[in-house]
Design a protein around this ligand. Structure first.
Ligand code: 5AD
Length: 441
């Protein structure tokens, strides 16, 4: 009987991609994946440490998984929370057998075996040369659109952020290795790739920068769409903007984390830009790529954030008019520089600010999206939608469109006319592709 692994993934796209790597490694070692923890010899939870509530969710889930663990089975916590807490996690949670950080997955088969024999296993070493280059990911269910990690770790030191502690220093994969992977994916019918890195646009393999990478990925036969996430606002060089404008495969969407609209707060965050220079980046992006969709991340309640500072965040949100945003209350992370900052913002004030911010972002997004109704756009069909017989598809600008399923193949491209919007997602009907719309052909 093959050994069975059950894995749950929390957090960002890089964790989703890492889970794919883990499953690829374990399948090579003779495992198959099960969707039920009750059938599993090995249960893994791939975790996120970015905010306290992400960790609390994992504690809750790991507690529940105890009763699904088989006699002699292995329960492992991997990923950023494993890296951050290390041996503390083994001490705190008695039924956890294995704690492995993001650089330790290559030897997971051996580590799991040791844990199966009764050892309590810990591997939280940083291995800065580890890119899992030769590992073939699992890729089930995501055939047409795949993540490709091009850079791991982070060299920025934003004072709120735990990532440098969980993923270590920045390092980029060699361009030729990335292209080799994209070519293999394209041969297996992938047409869309999302390049991943903590500050992906600071990619540099010693010879090539991110603009070189975008141009090279765009040239791979069969690749129709190239996305990337998440960039740092400071790393949009002129070369990069030219590549974005000139490479037709690069999609018209950038996730541009803003964090705050107040230069004073940005300074305390050590984001290395001001409100004005952020706006300048937005304008440069918009003049290089007209119609570009912009989404963002924003934190409210960072230490020292005054009502005035928060007003500036609201006004910058209105000024930029983002297409969407992820918004968070500041969460204090042990070991980060911001722990030392004074003037912590009370919880109820942060909650109120978050609510106001969500309303402001939603209003802007709704206004923008309403203007798109009636337009025709190319979409890539991704999966059945939760609702009935609809399919979920995505525009190049990363808008979700629900389309009626009239014998449409998953992972096909079609043109749809947008017929309505909830304010954030759209409904659409297929139209015949007109020659002048088929810019990708
Ligand atoms: N508290 C709240 N939000 C945070 N983020 C990162 N660290 C924290 C924190 N300590 C947010 C940032 C980042 C996104 C991935 O998570 O907005 O861009």
């Amino acid at each position: 009987m093959t050994k069975q692994v059950y894995i749950e993934t929390y957090g960002c796209q890089m964790n989703v991609s890492d889970t794919d790597t883990i499953l690829g490694l374990l399948k090579t070692d003779g495992y198959s994946q099960t969707q039920s923890p009750d059938d599993a010899d090995v249960i893994l939870v791939n975790t996120c440490a970015i905010r306290d509530n992400a960790e609390q969710r994992v504690y809750g889930r790991v507690g529940e998984l105890k009763r699904h663990k088989q006699k002699g089975g292995v329960l492992g916590v991997v990923g950023c929370m494993a890296q951050r807490l290390g041996s503390d996690l083994l001490e705190e949670v008695g039924h956890v057998d294995l704690v492995v950080g993001p650089d330790g997955y290559r030897t997971l088969p051996e580590l799991i075996e040791r844990a199966g024999q009764g050892d309590r296993v810990l591997d939280v070493s940083f291995r800065t040369s580890e890119h899992y280059d030769d590992v073939v990911g699992n890729g089930e269910g995501t055939k047409g659109s795949r993540f490709v990690t091009v850079q791991r770790g982070c060299n920025y030191r934003c004072t709120f952020c735990v990532v440098p502690m969980t993923r270590g220093d920045e390092r980029s994969r060699k361009l030729s290795d990335v292209i080799g992977e994209v070519e293999r994916l394209a041969e297996a019918d992938t047409t869309e790739v999302t390049l991943l890195g903590q500050t992906v646009n600071s990619y540099n393999d010693g010879t090539h920068d991110f603009s070189d990478l975008l141009r090279a990925v765009g040239k791979v036969d069969g690749i129709k769409r190239v996305r990337f996430t998440s960039p740092h606002p400071n790393d949009f060089s002129g070369r990069l903007l030219s590549a974005m404008a000139e490479v037709p495969e690069v999609c018209e969407h950038v996730h541009l984390p803003m964090q705050s609209g107040s230069s004073a707060v940005l300074k305390k965050m050590v984001r290395r830009y001001t409100r004005e220079s952020f706006l300048d980046t937005v304008q440069r992006l918009r003049s290089a790529v007209p119609e570009i969709a912009l989404t963002t991340d924003i934190i409210v309640g960072f230490p020292g954030e005054t009502d005035r500072d928060f007003e500036e965040t609201l006004s910058l949100v209105r000024e930029v008019s983002f297409d969407d945003a992820f918004m968070f209350k500041y969460s204090l992370r042990d070991g980060t520089p911001a722990v030392k900052l004074r003037d912590r913002v009370p919880e109820d004030v942060s909650s109120e600010r978050l609510q106001l911010l969500i309303e402001t972002v939603r209003d802007e997004a709704r206004r923008k999206n309403l203007r798109l109704v009636g337009k025709t756009m190319e979409v890539l069909v991704e999966k059945p939608a939760r609702r009935g017989d609809l399919l979920q598809a995505r525009t190049r600008t990363n808008k979700v469109v629900l389309v009626e399923n009239e014998g449409i193949d998953l992972w096909s491209y079609l043109h749809v006319r947008l017929t309505g919007t909830t304010g954030s997602t759209f409904t659409g009907v297929p139209v015949k592709a007109r020659k002048e719309l088929a810019v990708w052909e």
